[in-house]
Structure formats: structure tokens, C-alpha cells
Design a protein around this ligand. Structure first.
Ligand SMILES: Cc1cc2nc3c(=O)[nH]c(=O)nc-3n(C[C@H](O)[C@H](O)[C@H](O)COP(=O)(O)OP(=O)(O)OC[C@H]3O[C@@H](n4cnc5c(N)ncnc54)[C@H](O)[C@@H]3O)c2cc1C
Length: 189
């Protein structure tokens, strides 16, 4: 029986896990995700901030339990892969809930670790009032700042798709918004 291990459990990892199951009914499939959530709708994050998607749960497309029952995939959240030994086909994984590490073998390894927002090394970038938006915890932090501090103005840095969606979302909830973009036009590429 082939053992397939997938690192990362959002769009790429989750789609690969579902596809792997369709290709093989018998493979053992394990999906390791260091965050708390798998297969969530990143695209909806700005729209929950704006209130247009009312329910936070609507963003959570699958859970480890639903993955198990629907695709027979062993999904382990809060499990971070910290080393890959390609010779031995062996991973070291840290369970972030218990801080314990363990070894996991694989026949096939699929990397889908995604990306993270660029945070330029500017003074003040680590302030509580500076946010990025990539995942559910990021979104929760933005919402918490809006609720607790009731800001009147926000500045969005970056005029790509997500920046513009955030401009709209923040206008929707009544803030004045400035958008800063390095290039000479928004949505440049
Ligand atoms: C706000 C927002 C709006 C978007 N809107 C759209 C849209 O409208 N249309 C569209 O097509 N796309 C949109 N996107 C882009 C789309 O969401 C991304 O292309 C997609 O999430 C990429 O999926 P991924 O699985 O490659 O990476 P990610 O979503 O980054 O997932 C990778 C996962 O791997 C995990 N990981 C990384 N390293 C390890 C490790 N060592 N061990 C265990 N786990 C690890 C990370 O914790 C992460 O959860 C949007 C993105 C955002 C943030």
C-alpha cells in the first residue's frame, strides 16, 4: 500500500489529498498542517470582514473529521514538518499542541506549504495595529482590532487583488481608507 504524505492543508494540499484518493482507493494518505484549519476559503476572508459573508463557519469548507469520513484522509492540524530526510523517506513532525516530535515515513511526499505575506522590515511593522491577511487567524485579528479599537481610518499597503478587496471591505464597515501602491497603477499584474 502506497503511503502519501502531504505537507500543507489549504487549497493545494487539500485538493491534492482529494485527488490522490480518487486515483487510489487503497493508498494511505496523511495531510500535515501546522495551522489550526484546513481547506478554508481564503477568498472569503475580506468578505467576512466586510460582513457580506456573515458566518465565519461558511469559510471552513472541510474539517479533519469531514476529510476522514469523506476521503479517508488522516488530517493532522497543528502538526508542523520540521525536517525531511529524502534518503530515508522520513519526516520529523512537531505536534504544536504538545510540543512533541515524532517520525513519519512516506513513499510519496507532496509539498504544498504555500506562501506568507511579505512584511518589509520597516520600523513599527510589528505593531498590534499592523495586520496582514492570509488565513483565518489573520482575519480574526483584523476583526478583533475593528471591534475593540473602533478605528476610523485604515491604510492598505499594496494595490493587488487582496489589497483592493480589503479597501472595499473596510469601506463597507464605515472606515475611511487610504491605499498605498508602489507601482504607478493598482492591479498592475
Ligand atoms: C485574502 C485572500 C483572498 C484570496 N482571494 C482569491 C480569489 O478570489 N481567487 C483565487 O483564485 N485565489 C485567491 N486567493 C489566493 C488563494 O487563496 C491561494 O492561491 C491559495 O490559498 C494557495 O493555496 P496553497 O495551498 O498553495 O497555500 P496556502 O493557502 O498558503 O496553504 C499552505 C499551508 O501549508 C501550511 N504549511 C506550511 N509549511 C508547513 C510545514 N512545514 N508543516 C505543516 N504545514 C505547513 C501553512 O500553515 C498553510 O496553511 C486569495 C488569498 C487570500 C489570502
Amino acid at each position: 500500500m502506497t503511503k502519501i504524505v502531504i505537507i500543507g492543508g489549504v487549497a493545494g494540499g487539500a485538493s491534492a489529498a482529494a485527488r490522490a484518493r480518487r486515483v487510489s482507493e487503497t493508498a494511505e494518505i496523511i495531510m500535515l498542517e501546522r495551522g489550526e484549519f484546513v481547506s478554508f476559503a481564503n477568498c472569503g476572508l475580506p468578505y467576512h470582514i466586510s460582513g457580506e459573508i456573515e458566518s465565519r463557519d461558511a469559510l471552513l469548507l472541510q474539517t479533519p473529521e469531514s476529510f476522514k469520513s469523506r476521503f479517508n484522509v488522516d488530517v493532522r492540524v497543528l502538526n508542523e514538518v520540521i525536517t525531511i530526510d529524502r534518503q530515508a523517506k522520513q519526516l520529523t513532525v512537531r505536534n504544536l499542541a504538545t510540543n512533541e516530535t515524532y517520525q513519519e515515513s512516506y513513499d510519496k511526499l507532496l509539498l504544498s506549504p504555500g506562501a506568507s505575506p511579505i512584511k518589509p522590515p520597516l520600523p513599527g511593522i510589528d505593531s498590534h495595529f499592523v495586520h496582514s491577511l492570509r488565513n483565518i487567524p489573520d482575519m480574526d485579528k483584523v476583526l478583533s482590532t475593528l471591534m475593540l479599537h473602533k478605528p476610523k481610518h485604515a491604510t492598505v499597503v499594496g494595490g493587488g487583488f487582496i489589497g483592493l478587496e480589503m479597501v472595499e471591505a473596510l469601506r463597507h464597515v464605515g472606515l475611511k481608507v487610504s491605499l498605498l501602491e508602489l507601482a504607478d497603477q493598482v492591479m498592475g499584474s
